[in-house]
Design a protein around this ligand. Structure first.
Ligand code: GDP
Length: 333
């Protein structure tokens, strides 16, 4: 780690809201700077039951990324993976559209057995994180099942059928989160957002519609975020009006929302105090009605992740200082 990166370390905890591959890149940068002072609240709307197993793709991506077990080429799953199970499954005519590697399978088997014994997803994930040597807290947004359903002109699709099997090709006309009405924010997430020494909440550059909205739709989550005495900063997942990977821009167009950083700011309006945008979008800076920081947001290397994480923390510190310096409402000028 460079000395420059070390200068971003300050007192206080940070909560990051995160989906899968895109969000985990920034989560890793934050982890390098913050260690155990980082809590990552992860989307579980992508979770599903497959072949009798409970699978939590975004949670596992964050576990693999922070413990340096993620496959860097594929962008998902574990590195040095083998596929004997999938091969045997195929031989027997089993469903292979969702690829399960042999090492990856171990998590799904253990998670399924523990859930069947009545353990909470939060406890199960905490145990995985501990075994992987991760010091940060990895927190499923809820211990209740919330399932993202993608609405298309041809009918509704469970999230993984849309995302993995259908390769995001169907037109999206709406997104809903089944089970959300009766779900609660998990206890560890409540504790993280109520920490007295919380110094920033970071919305990672995950897909706002598919990865962050399920987190924000969990009853009580937005109130907890707004009540926290820490600035909320989002990082745009769009660079130059395009997604780095995945269907974010495509979905925005299908939902008749322009694929711009301004639309990202509007999407998070009322929740965020500042937005980090890429240099490629700097011209839109004047159109944003909230504080904005312009940066190089493409995270190709680990250095990029740590640098961007440091800039995001600096931006949050700046917003906190400005809020402190601002006269209280109603004070005489
Ligand atoms: P998923 O659940 O695996 O699809 O991953 P996420 O929802 O967490 O992330 C998907 C989003 O990450 C996409 O909108 C990408 O544009 C964005 N993304 C991926 N890599 C980067 C990057 O290096 N920089 C920025 N700014 N966004 C990125």
């Amino acid at each position: 780690m460079s000395g420059d990166a070390l200068s971003h370390i300050g007192p206080g905890r940070v909560v990051a809201l995160c989906g899968g591959v895109g969000g985990a890149k920034l989560a890793l940068g934050l982890y390098r700077l913050l260690g155990e002072d980082l809590s990552v609240v992860v989307n579980t709307g992508d979770d599903f039951e497959h072949l009798g197993l409970a699978i939590s793709p975004d949670v596992d991506t964050v576990l693999y990324t922070l413990s340096e077990r993620a496959d860097k080429e594929r962008g998902w799953g574990r590195e040095a993976e083998s596929w004997n199970f999938l091969g045997a499954l195929s031989e027997l005519g089993g469903e292979t559209w969702f690829q399960l590697g042999d090492k990856d399978l171990a998590l799904h088997v253990l998670r399924s057995a523990a859930l069947a014994r009545g353990e909470s997803l939060s406890d199960i994930v905490a145990s995985f994180a501990q075994h992987f040597g991760i010091k940060a807290k990895i927190l499923p947004m809820s211990d209740d099942p919330i399932r993202t359903v993608v609405e298309t002109p041809e009918g509704n699709l469970p999230f993984q059928r849309y995302f993995v099997e259908g390769r995001c090709e169907e037109e999206v006309i709406g997104v809903r989160f089944d089970g959300v009405d009766t779900a609660c924010v998990s206890k560890p997430v409540i504790a993280a957002l109520k920490a007295p020494d919380l110094r920033a909440i970071v919305i990672c550059p995950s897909n706002p519609f598919l990865s962050i909205d399920p987190i924000l739709a969990t009853p009580g989550m937005q109130h907890l975020i707004r009540s926290a005495k820490a600035p909320v900063v989002a990082v745009s997942p769009l660079i130059g009006g395009a997604a780095v990977k995945g269907p974010t821009a495509k979905i925005m167009t299908e939902l008749k929302v322009p694929a711009t950083v301004q639309a990202i700011a509007v999407h998070y309006r009322g929740l965020i105090d500042g937005l980090v945008i890429d240099q490629a979008d700097a011209a839109q800076r004047e159109d944003l009605e909230l504080p904005c920081s312009v940066s190089h947001t493409l995270m190709t290397t680990e250095e990029d992740r740590v640098r961007l994480a440091g800039e995001v923390l600096d931006f949050a510190n700046k917003l906190a200082l400005e809020a402190e310096a601002a006269p209280p409402r109603g004070a005489a000028s």
